[in-house]
Ligand binder design. Structure first.
Ligand SMILES: Nc1ncnc2c1ncn2[C@@H]1O[C@H](COP(=O)(O)OP(=O)(O)OP(=O)(O)O)[C@@H](O)[C@H]1O
Ligand SMILES: [Mg+2]
Length: 259
């Protein structure tokens, strides 16, 4: 939920990330800020640095140099309780959904709740009534109320990702990160999931940073598009005025290092 005033939710300056003692340069000095409420898509070929960038927003990767500020904090500097508190405010939607397969849809949604009981062994009844009602309302919102008590691993991919979205909303996040949220889905489910994600984040005025491969999905979905190629920004534009021809810069003259 947007509880703070206006301002930038994400501020990235001269960000560099290398792996293998500098042999792999995944991100080569990028800078951008994301204002509150913006829906930003990071586009680029495989290996262009999208996941690495997203992961630095949530302290899953630490910068080699440069700075990342999210919600006024530097994720890489947080530890213990502060890091846990920070991660509650930043929801992450994964390509492979990352649900606990043997738990029901509603238990997976509940695991996103603030102060959620840790570990599945406590079962559904360990959660207070109002939390269960809230989880059910989120499932209803993503069109899955009737699947609430079904094991997550028996749901289709599209349904699993809708559970993933409901879990993210249960967190009441200030920022939503999504790394290729529809890459494992067929075109129809992809469209459904992206539409849902747009509607829900619009309703809550949430800030979203989402990586995507497909230009055609991003145009019409995003407010803004940043194109990465070989770890550098090659395009940063209002997504509503972007033509597919302009977007093609992301996919041409691929950095030979990456081939
Ligand atoms: N943990 C790691 N160790 C070594 N190299 C890594 C690591 N993580 C990423 N890389 C490298 O960094 C570069 C950028 O990878 P990244 O995963 O950010 O790309 P991406 O744009 O998300 O690609 P995709 O579309 O395939 O998900 C790649 O060359 C990748 O091999
Ligand atoms: Mg990736």
């Amino acid at each position: 939920m947007s509880t703070q005033g206006t301002g930038d939710v994400v501020v990235i300056k001269d960000l560099v990330k290398t792996f293998n003692k500098g042999k792999v340069q995944a991100v080569k000095g990028i800078s951008f800020s994301v204002p509150r409420g913006q829906r930003l898509v990071l586009m680029g070929l495989s290996g262009s640095g999208k996941s690495t960038t997203l992961r630095m927003l949530n302290a899953l990767n630490t910068p080699t140099s440069g700075t990342v500020e999210v919600l006024g904090q530097e994720p890489a500097k947080l530890k213990g309780k502060d890091l846990r508190h920070f991660r509650r405010r930043v929801a992450f939607i994964f390509q492979h959904f990352n649900l606990v397969g043997r738990l029901s849809a509603i238990e997976n949604v509940l695991s996103g709740a603030l102060g959620a009981v840790r570990g599945p062994r406590y079962g559904l009844m360990a959660y207070p009534d109002e939390m269960r009602q809230e989880a059910m309302a989120h499932l209803e919102r993503v069109g899955l109320a009737e699947k609430a008590f079904q094991r997550a691993n028996t749901l289709s991919g599209g349904q699993q990702q809708r559970v993933g979205i409901a879990r993210a909303l249960m967190q009441k996040p200030d920022l939503v990160l999504a790394d290729e949220p529809v890459a494992s889905l067929d075109p129809e489910s992809s469209m459904q999931v992206m539409t849902l994600l747009k509607e829900l984040t619009e309703e809550e005025n949430l800030t979203v940073v989402c990586s995507l491969h497909q230009v055609e999905l991003a145009i019409g979905w995003a407010d803004r598009m940043i194109g990465l190629r070989g770890g550098q920004i090659v395009l940063d534009q209002d997504a509503r005025s972007l033509s597919p021809e302009e977007a093609s810069v992301i996919y041409t003259s691929v950095d030979p290092e990456l081939q």
